[in-house]
Design a protein around this ligand. Structure first.
Ligand code: PLP
Length: 386
């Protein structure tokens, strides 16, 4: 039974609970209303919007003139699978830096696609070991490509992409980046960081709706990728060639999601691009972390490893704390959080991305405080193995 101490439920601009999750996210009303039309896939307006969307993503990656953006239908994983299958040749070998579920998924993609691969793994709260990366590249000349996850959304850890790119380039190998949950909020500039391909999706930091991913590709590398793909639908080279020559997609495009991302990118540019978007997310993360720590919650990661995307908190040790009850009460009060997916610690996660402001985060913290009090939970420190 909710008591009088509990705040009024929070609502998005369209009256929905706020998604404090790593995608799909809370989007602006204008992004949602941009979809209230029908367009044919050969519609001139749609073709222009799609072209502009691709160009503005390339621009945000610092790749104008050197890179191109190729959208791929499906969720983010489809984009990662297309990137791996199209850039790593059938006789290539991918070294994957794993410190969470998305790195592990990249290895699974290699198994399905029949690509040789090696995994260099660190625990979920530990960045990749750069000395081991250097040594592995030196030891195995068969390795052609390296894959790193920019922000590993499993824990929220920020991996040192620029250092990894420098080591990979120095060793004469090619880099693939899963920047799914970071692109648009954390800086990455193709003029400074060398990569063949970088994947992200419509429903992460650019704040569009789900439906497709996109891959920022080095022009020379995508040209060389002809014939690599193991899959027709996921062939990025073919997708790119057809888009460039006809302006159209090979197969039905997710038109509404593309129009929505076009609108979302307009709002992203108005916010000041990566600096503005990343700045708001950093404020969101600070309000959240400071507020939760003040109550006694402990974060999994130290601040120096924490990306301002999603924050992992240890489950409180208080036996009165039941996660499902906590989750359901928060949901009823307008805040949707995310269960943990870690092997190193029993945990839950709270996202800082999407159309959320520091005020929303203050509301979330106050609501957590009220729910915790109402549940009679007092020991909020980490539950640790005895
Ligand atoms: C969200 C995400 C993906 C893609 O997940 P989908 O559920 O397929 O959209 C891939 N990598 C990372 C790091 C992510 O955060």
């Amino acid at each position: 039974m909710p008591t009088a101490r509990l705040p009024m439920p929070a609502k998005s601009e369209t009256g929905d609970p706020l998604l404090l999750t790593p995608g799909p996210l809370t989007t602006s009303k204008s992004v949602k209303t941009s979809m209230l039309h029908d367009w044919g896939s050969r519609d001139a307006t749609f073709i222009r919007v799609n072209k502009e969307m691709r160009e503005r993503i390339t621009e945000a990656a610092g790749g104008r003139g050197t890179h191109t953006t190729v959208p791929m239908q499906g969720s983010g994983t489809f984009a990662v699978e297309a990137m791996i299958g199209s850039f790593v040749p059938k006789n290539g070998k991918l070294l994957i830096l794993v410190n969470g579920a998305y790195g592990t998924r990249a290895a699974k993609i290699c198994q399905y696609a029949g690509r040789a691969h090696q995994v260099l793994e660190t625990p979920e709260d530990t960045p990749p070991d750069l000395a081991k990366l250097e040594a592995a590249l030196k030891a195995d000349p068969a390795i052609t490509h390296v894959l790193v996850v920019h922000c590993e959304t499993t824990s929220g850890i920020l991996n040192p992409v620029a250092e990894i790119a420098a080591i990979t380039a120095k060793a004469g190998r090619r880099l693939l980046i899963d920047s799914m949950s970071a692109f648009g909020a954390l800086p990455i500039d193709a003029r400074e960081v060398t990569f063949d391909a970088l994947a992200s999706s419509s429903n992460k930091c650019l704040e569009g709706v789900p439906g497709f991913g996109f891959i920022v590709c080095d022009l020379k590398a995508i040209e060389q990728a002809k014939g690599n793909a193991h899959s027709l639908a996921l062939d990025l080279h073919d997708q790119w060639k057809v888009l460039e020559t006809t302006g159209q997609y090979r197969f039905t495009p997710p038109i509404h999601a593309i129009v929505a991302l076009h609108q979302a990118i307009t709002e992203f540019v108005e916010e000041g691009g990566v600096a503005g978007r990343g700045g708001r997310y950093r404020q969101n993360a600070k309000v959240l972390i400071d507020g939760m720590r003040a109550m006694g919650f402990e974060t999994l990661l130290p601040d120096r490893l924490q990306a301002p995307i999603i924050v992992t908190f240890h489950m409180p040790r208080d036996p009165k704390f039941h996660f499902q009850t906590f989750y359901d009460r928060l949901k009823d009060l307008g805040y949707v959080i995310y269960p943990g997916k870690l092997t190193v610690a029993d945990s839950f996660r709270v996202g800082c991305i999407g159309r959320l402001s520091p005020d929303h985060m203050r509301g979330a913290v106050e609501t957590v405080r009220a729910v915790i009090a109402d549940m009679g939970v007092s020991q909020l420190g980490a539950k640790r193995a005895a």
